[in-house]
Design a protein around this ligand. Structure first.
Ligand SMILES: Nc1ncnc2c1ncn2[C@@H]1O[C@H](COP(=O)(O)OP(=O)(O)O)[C@@H](O)[C@H]1O
Ligand SMILES: N[C@@H](CCC(=O)OP(=O)(O)O)C(=O)O
Length: 369
């Protein structure tokens, strides 16, 4: 059966830790594996990091630059080199590829989001393997994916993939960072990501020397992907052939089961495609109404408004302690909400001096996280 498979490989797997130079054997095996999956009729997307790492190698820099302008310049050097290596190897196997560089703003605007979707659809229909990376050279801080784990989760959700493989320098997820806790417990299966918080799994944000985000961003990617019905696997990048074994049912790495009820494409865009520009703290009654009652959010349930935002922008919804529970599109801007928070819908007209929407966030524009 033909499947849609998204594979993300991190800098830590693409480069040799000691020298920072490209790990050619890993890349070549990855290219062979992906080409074979393609030839068997699957649709394959590769999300590849490495622009900054390869750029550093070319320029003789011994550590990942911190200053934004330098990082952007280095990525511009590295991205071309990286694609040249991929193109040489894939061309040897007669597998066409394409470079797709995305920024967060490409997914924020609904029309651009749909446009990206159409481009992927065409490329996959043509039998091409798109190679995706963040467009590091032009991305600005406020509108950045920041790490390719999140980007790969969004891409897997966008194309409604069957699988997302996150290839990294550890063989699976552990109860704590195995670099610092040698007896950390390996985790093979995660049926519900909330279990990880309950069982106090520690996912350090510190990546390896060249990596970005560590395990935290891989868990966010799994959250985004599994909400779209995508089975997600964290496994070791050193052995790309394991992808085939996993597809054949072998239990390698950590598997995150897809959520049984998948959220609609539009709601996934609201929840993960958009960048929230504010936060609403809700009282207990409102938390209950939206989390278990499937209700819209009313002004009466808002305890506090944080940030500046306009009507129809995305905001986070949290309980009074700041724990995020949902995201949604607001019918009022932040100034209006400061005035009407805690009041009944019937009072809005008198407070604002004009008729507004009955709900602050309609349930059709509200997504539980
Ligand atoms: N709970 C955990 N289980 C496994 N690895 C973890 C955990 N917490 C943190 N890590 C660290 O995350 C690192 C992988 O992240 P990163 O360096 O960003 O990789 P990549 O370049 O593949 O994205 C591992 O080397 C590991 O030390
Ligand atoms: N876009 C950046 C990669 C950022 C990133 O997430 O890196 P990694 O943690 O190695 O997957 C680059 O190409 O260098």
């Amino acid at each position: 059966m033909s499947q849609t498979i998204v594979v993300k490989i991190g800098t830590s797997s693409l480069t040799q830790p000691e020298t920072g130079k490209l790990s050619l054997s890993t890349i070549a095996t990855l290219v062979e594996t992906l080409s074979q999956l393609r030839q068997k009729g699957n649709r394959v997307i590769l999300v590849s990091s490495g622009a900054v790492g390869v750029g550093c190698g070319c320029l003789g820099l011994t550590e990942r630059p911190k200053a934004i302008a330098l990082k952007q310049a280095v990525a511009a050097v590295g991205q071309g080199k990286l694609m040249r290596v991929y193109d040489d190897l894939f061309t040897t196997l007669q597998q066409p590829i394409a470079q797709v560089l995305l920024t967060r703003s490409d997914l924020v605007q609904r029309s651009r989001y749909l446009n990206v979707y159409n481009t992927f659809k065409e490329l996959l229909g043509l039998g091409v393997i798109p190679i995706v990376n963040e467009n590091d050279t032009v991305a600005i801080d406020e509108l950045k994916f920041g790490d390719n784990d999140t980007l790969s989760g969004l891409v897997a959700s966008l194309v409604e993939a069957d699988w997302l493989f996150l290839l990294t320098d550890v063989d699976r997820l552990y109860s704590a960072d195995p670099r610092f806790v040698p007896d950390a417990r390996p985790i093979s299966l995660v049926s519900d990501i909330k279990e990880l918080t309950r069982s106090q799994v520690k996912t350090g944000a510190q990546g390896s020397q060249w990596g970005t985000g560590g395990m935290v961003t891989k868990i966010s990617a799994a959250r985004i992907a599994t909400a779209a019905g995508v089975r997600t696997v964290i496994t070791e990048g050193k052995y790309p052939r394991n992808i085939e074994k996993i597809l054949q049912g072998e239990s390698i790495g950590t598997h995150f089961e897809p959520r049984p009820e998948t959220t609609s494409a539009r709601k996934r865009w609201i929840a993960y495609g958009l960048v929230p520009s504010g936060k609403l703290y809700l009282d207990a009654g409102a938390v209950r109404a939206i989390s278990t009652g499937g209700k819209s959010l009313l002004a009466a349930g808002i305890a506090e408004v944080e940030g500046e935002f306009d009507t129809q922008e995305a905001v986070l919804l949290s309980d009074r302690d700041g724990n995020e529970i949902a995201r949604g599109l607001v019918n009022y801007n932040s100034v209006e909400l400061q005035k009407i928070q805690g009041f009944r819908s019937g009072d809005i007209r008198e407070i604002l001096g004009y008729e507004g929407a009955e709900t602050v966030i309609h349930r059709d524009n509200l997504v539980l996280i």
